[in-house]
Design a protein around this ligand. Structure first.
Ligand code: ATP
Length: 902
């Protein structure tokens, strides 16, 4: 074997070499793939299979970036002025504030970035490779040149590779060439000069398999792929700002303007009152710094990213930050049935062939079938024997029992059939070797049938399975008493009745057919001989009922969209509680005209109906279009390649992690790793909570900032003889803006979050009612602070003892405590305040504890106390401060309880 180290990075023209020549050149093995040691060495030599991520800013740049905003410039100006006037302590304190501000910003941005990176890794596409003779699923980053890829319909192609075995393989290469039609692939050697778009014996990274399957030898990974060469096609690792972040951004800009106006006012008033101009200017600057909510966007990003990580822990991968926001507004979920509402643990429960029927329970581990009715009769039938062969051969799944442990790979419908065949005594591998597969027409949800062609001695045989009405159309005969007999219209009707009867019990119905043929290359699913039907049991998931009840109370409509028979769909819908009673309208795909041909009546029916059966992916797309035209925010699930357009069109495209194809996962906004419906509801709930939390900290931050603005402006305009000094304003801002706000961002959500209608997608972060509340909160806080100073001055202390510093101290501490207690006003009023989600949030308490700790520190360390102009502090003063700060909290709480404010 050639030495790996001597290999070139890519081969000049792999399409012009035969697979064997290429395998030799790449020291690969077409049958067994690479060995473990070989892979190590190649990974070292070529690196991971990653197209270089978009250049991320280095951490140093992120850190420096924190010191470039208008806030820093304002602070630098204040610091400069302080130093100029030889106020060394003030100047140094401001410098400290600048540094702290910068580091806090850096920490938040770094944290958000880490979360996004973790999520990006979770959404990574796996790949199937042949290694050491076994088919393995690995992370696509670990593919190396010389690996053998196995590709099947729905797979994203993760590396450039030369095909050497294909079965009706078709690939969509639009990402690379712009051509949206699938390209049939071949394995023949092509001329050297063949242009890229016509290299049909190659597959390229970034494209995906639409049909069939194949094996290919990897010729290029990472940047050595065609995709890697085209830098502008590289998927961006960074996300553009979400609508929410944009809203916050423009919102901050507006606030900056208002703040600047007020600061100018404070400065002007100071000058008019003949206060020193330097003091007035630094006060105005400090106020501007305190009032400008510069952290809003980054705290929002952090809340979104952290929320996404929380969802990931619950098996939901949300791929875009913006999706979290949309989730909270989702008002209709279109869900498929199999695996999402049902367990997808499929068991053959009924077999019907011409002249015999039995209810069964297969036990593959014991290799026996328990016949619950009519055993012998069925087992004697030739059609039953053929049906068993069909179940094994017309099947792409794998099922093995190793040491009494079941191992299954593939579609549960198909593994269910393999279990049935194994229980019936068939040796799966032997059957497959006896009838080698020559060609395959894979199952797809448009045609609803699949077929395979097998060698049978010196002849061939076709086996087919699929939805009854589709398969019957392709049958001319049925196997009766071992002989194909012409299917009469009456037979067809009987079969349909039988299907209806079985489907009414909630079973999925699958029909089987076969045909002997001379043709050994192409597969034509026509003039088949009908064998019989199987009823497959797939019980609903236990937790679905509860999730549906939650949707109902949250004002979210649920529609079941399935490829299955209407009777099966109706039965399952009823079992889980989507519909009630047999009267519920079930819309059949055959009665669903194209969107532009829909009558008004039909539109109305589509909007009202909760169950859609025998639906094709195109019809799913039409349904999304109709719902969106009616102002609905739609979450749509999907798993197949053909579902991609509907997933893209939906406001939230939801792909299945287990069942879903990689293509569906690629285009979706969200991936359910456990495929289950309750996870969608959980994600919606989280989406609502995150939005609520963002709203909470925006209200909290703004009301705190506004109270500072009010106070300083009021004191300034009314020409009181006390005022907050700049450094105090900066300190208050640093303490209250950061910790409690961050803690609010991770609130667990209020208990009523799924008890109200979805938020309108266009709804602003703050509605008018919130603005009014904000102003009232700030006014109450300011009034209580002034009240505290006045009470201290006129009631508590003797006028002769009164020191101006007292006013300042009371002002400072009361304001801080008012703001800290104010955090509890952000919780729900539906429960007592001590039981709401903020009061019970341990992070809020942690934040408060830290804040109080910092306060104690500045009081106890003389230099800090001096810098902050803090002087003596006695019991009376503490009582006034505590009393008035609590008063402000309870006053605001009372106003909320009385529903005067939000
Ligand atoms: P859902 O859309 O809720 O997931 P589904 O998975 O049953 O429902 P499809 O996969 O589109 O929907 O299947 C539609 C019909 O096709 C089924 O009723 C069944 O008769 C048939 N069918 C399902 N799986 C296979 C398969 N692997 N091979 C052949 N026919 C199948």
């Amino acid at each position: 074997m050639a030495k790996t180290q001597a290999l070139p990075h890519t081969l000049p023209n792999p399409h012009a070499l035969s697979p064997e020549e290429l395998a030799t050149a790449l020291a690969g093995n077409l049958e067994k793939g690479l060995s473990a040691q070989e892979i190590e060495a190649r990974l070292k030599q070529w690196g991971e299979n990653q197209v270089d991520k978009q250049q991320q800013e280095s951490l140093l740049v992120v850190l420096l970036h924190q010191f470039t905003g208008p806030i820093t410039f304002l602070l630098l100006a204040a610091m400069g002025l302080s130093f100029l006037f030889q106020e060394w302590l003030d100047g140094s304190a401001i410098l400290l504030v600048i540094l702290l501000n910068g580091f806090i910003g850096f920490f938040m941005e770094y944290n958000a970035r880490q979360s996004m990176e973790a999520l990006r890794e979770m959404a990574m596409v796996p790949a199937k490779v042949l290694r050491g003779g076994r088919l393995e699923e690995i992370s696509s980053e670990h593919i190396v040149p010389g690996d053998v890829l196995f590709l099947e319909a729905g797979d994203m192609i993760s590396a450039d590779a030369r095909l050497f075995h294909t079965m009706q393989l078709e690939v969509n290469e639009s990402a690379l060439t712009g051509e949206s039609l699938p390209i049939p692939k071949k394995i023949e050697v092509l001329p050297d000069s063949q242009p890229l778009a016509e290299r049909v014996n190659m597959v390229f990274k970034g494209s995906f398999v639409t049909k069939g399957n194949g094996h290919a030898l990897v010729t290029g990974t990472g940047m050595n792929t065609e995709l890697g060469q085209i830098a502008n096609l590289v998927q961006s690792a960074q996300q553009s700002a979400t609508p929410l972040e944009k809203k916050l951004e423009s919102f901050s800009h507006k606030l900056i303007k208002i703040t600047i106006f007020l600061c100018v006012l404070v400065f002007g008033a100071g000058l008019l009152q003949h206060r020193p101009w330097m003091e007035s200017l630094t006060t105005a600057i400090a106020l501007a710094v305190a009032a400008i909510p510069e952290g809003l966007t980054i705290v929002a990003t952090l809340a979104l990213a952290q929320g996404m990580l929380r969802m990931a822990r619950h098996q939901v991968i949300v791929k875009k930050l913006s999706a979290v926001e949309t989730l909270g507004s989702t008002n209709v979920i279109c869900t498929d049935k199999t695996g999402t509402l049902t367990k997808n643990e499929i068991e053959v429960n009924r077999i019907v062939v011409a002249g015999a029927e039995a209810q069964i329970r297969p036990n593959p581990l014991k290799g026996e079938i328990i016949f619950l009715s009519d055993p012998q009769h069925l087992q004697e039938k030739e059609s039953y024997k053929q049906l068993l062969l069909c179940a094994v051969l017309c099947n792409t799944a794998r099922y093995e029992i190793i040491n009494q442990q079941e191992k299954e790979v593939g579609d549960p419908v198909e593994t269910g059939l393999l279990k049935f065949a194994l229980a019936a005594g068939l040796h799966l591998e032997q059957v497959k070797t006896q009838y080698p597969k020559l060609a395959e027409e894979s199952f797809n949800s448009e045609t609803k049938v699949m077929g395979t062609l097998h060698r049978n001695g010196d002849q061939a045989v076709i086996y087919a399975k699929g939805a009854l009405e589709e398969l019957l159309q392709r049958c001319t005969h049925q196997l009766t008493n071992g002989q194909p007999q012409a299917l009469t219209p009456q037979d067809r009707e009987e079969w349909q009745k039988k299907e209806e009867q079985i489907a009414n019990e909630g079973l999925k119905v699958l029909a089987f057919a076969y045909k002997d043929t001379q043709e050994t290359k192409n597969i034509l699913l026509e003039e088949l001989v009908f064998l019989g039907i199987a009823g497959l049991l797939d019980p609903p998931r236990e937790d679905v009922k509860q999730a549906l009840a939650e949707c109902a109370s949250a004002g979210i409509d649920v529609k079941m969209i399935t490829g299955d028979h209407p009777a099966t769909a109706r039965n399952i819908a009823e079992q889980v509680g989507i519909t009630k009673g047999q009267q519920a309208l079930v819309i059949h795909g055959s009665n669903m005209p194209a969107y532009d041909q829909l009558s008004e009546q039909q539109k109305k029916e589509w909007l009202e109906s909760a169950v859609f059966a025998r639906v094709s992916p195109r019809q799913k797309l039409d349904l999304v279009t109709l719902l969106q035209a009616n102002q609905m925010v739609v979450g749509m699930t999907g798993d197949g390649v053909n579902d991609a357009p509907a997933l893209k069109k939906a406001d939230i495209g939801i792909a299945m992690g287990i069942r879903g194809t990689q293509v569906a996962q690629e285009v979706a906004d969200m991936i359910l790793q456990d495929d289950s419906f309750p996870s969608i509801v959980l994600a919606i709930k989280q989406g609502r909570i995150i939005f609520d939390n963002i709203r909470k900290f925006v209200i909290f931050l703004l009301s705190c900032n506004l109270s500072e603005l009010f106070l300083v402006t009021m004191v300034s305009l009314l020409a009181f003889d006390f005022q907050l000094v700049p450094i105090q304003i900066l300190f208050i801002n640093l303490i209250t803006d950061v910790l409690p706000a961050l803690a609010l961002g991770v609130s667990p959500g209020n208990p009523t979050v799924m008890k109200h209608k979805p938020r309108h997608l266009e709804e602003p972060i703050l509605k008018n009612a919130h603005w009014i509340s904000l102003v009232v909160y700030a006014a109450v806080i300011s009034a209580c602070v002034i009240g505290a100073v006045s009470f201290g001055h006129w009631v508590v202390y003797d006028q002769s003892d009164w020191d101006l510093n007292y006013s300042n101290n009371i002002l400072f501490f009361t304001l801080i405590l008012c703001q800290l207690w104010h955090v509890f006003n952000m919780g729900s009023t539906k429960v007592a305040f001590y039981r709401n989600e903020v009061f019970t949030n341990k992070y809020v308490w942690l934040a408060l504890l830290l804040c109080v700790g910092i306060l104690a520190l500045v009081l106890l360390v003389p230099t800090l106390a001096k810098a902050l102009r803090l002087s003596s502090f006695d019991k009376e003063m503490a009582a006034v401060i505590l009393g008035f700060s609590l008063l402000s909290f309870f006053l605001n709480l009372a106003l909320r309880k009385l529903k005067i404010i939000y």
